[in-house]
Write a protein that binds this ligand. Structure first.
Ligand SMILES: *[C@@H]1O[C@H](CO)[C@@H](O)[C@H](O)[C@H]1NC(C)=O
Ligand SMILES: *[C@@H]1O[C@H](CO)[C@@H](O)[C@H](O)[C@H]1NC(C)=O
Length: 293
């Protein structure tokens, strides 16, 4: 009798293990409450000048309506090569999270030669505190790259529970033409999973599409990227902030061979300096970010 009660108790608690409650629903002007603007030099030497909140709002580099938040780069200024770079925005969440789910409902992401947009999480002294890149790429080269960075000694097994196949619609112009989609990550002390569903994908879970009060990740299917703790102490990662940034060129997008292989004109820095109108599509448009713990 006692044993049956215990079995029932443990059965119920493990079935509930993947259910998370919404703790932050970030929409429209809510982005200004949940994020700090970081006017810092880009550590990857990008052709970027990250501006503060007053500059971003007065020049419309960030814009909030009732149900949208837009974050863009300057698309009107020809740059002096000796300037810091093209004005853009880097946001860091005020809150930091350990075990959690974050769902990013994105209608549009920055596109164009020289762009290097990213949605990612990190914390503590890099790279030891861990870093998960959720959405990242350069020069419109799809598909999305979801990666994990941390200290030496953290390795990933060859065989992991992931599809490993980023869809063509997960990045850049194809993502935008399709109306965007949902990126989601789940972090526990045992694993980090990343999922992507394109807008209109019939397999998008109803709790993801609804952005509702709870999510249950056990029904989300095989993630596109999985980072288990088999030989990596994910439980030792510190709490992470969400970071959204848009830089240009720099160590990855501006690498001469990477830039050339993308079919983009001239050199990355020259292109960014001299073609402001090429950056009119270099913007994020968020419908919502929902955090569940
Ligand atoms: C600011 O940006 C938003 C979003 O792109 C746009 O709808 C709006 O017209 C812009 N406002 C001005 C004054 O340019
Ligand atoms: C964002 O900032 C991080 C470090 O702060 C940097 O490594 C990364 O290159 C930047 N990415 C973008 C897209 O700005």
């Amino acid at each position: 009798m006692h044993g049956a009660v215990l079995a029932l108790f443990f059965g119920v608690s493990s079935a509930l293990a993947a259910v998370y409650q919404n703790t932050e629903n970030i929409v429209g002007a809510g982005f200004y409450n949940s994020f700090n603007f970081e006017a810092i030099p880009d550590p990857t030497a990008g052709r970027v000048n990250y501006v503060d909140q007053a500059t971003a709002t007065s020049t419309n580099l960030t814009f909030a309506s009732g149900d949208k938040f837009v974050l863009r780069a300057d698309d009107t200024t020809v740059l002096d090569p000796s300037s810091a770079g093209r004005n853009s925005v880097r946001l860091q969440s005020k809150n930091a999270y350990s075990t959690h789910v974050a769902v990013f409902d994105i209608a549009h992401m920055p596109q164009g030669c020289g762009t290097w947009p990213a949605v990612w999480e990190t914390g503590g002294a890099w790279p030891y505190g861990g870093e998960t890149d959720i959405l990242e790429g350069v020069n419109d080269q799809g598909t999305d790259q979801s990666t994990l960075h941390t200290a030496p000694g953290c390795t990933m097994p060859d065989s992991r529970p992931e599809t490993g196949l980023a869809e063509a619609t997960s990045y850049g112009p194809a993502f935008n033409a399709n109306g965007g989609g949902w990126y989601a990550m789940e972090r526990t002390s045992d694993f980090i999973y990343v999922w992507f569903w394109a807008r209109g994908d019939s397999s998008v879970p109803s709790d993801v599409a609804a952005g509702g009060s709870t999510v249950d990740t056990q029904f989300w299917g095989t993630p596109s990227a999985a980072f288990p703790d088999t030989s990596c102490d994910i439980g030792a990662f510190v709490a992470h902030n969400i970071i959204i940034n848009l830089t240009f060129c720099g160590a990855w997008a501006g690498d001469a061979s990477v830039y050339a292989s993308s079919g983009c004109p001239s050199t990355c820095d020259d292109f960014v300096n001299n073609n402001p109108s090429a950056f009119s599509d270099a913007f994020f448009e968020f419908n919502a970010i929902n955090v569940y713990t």
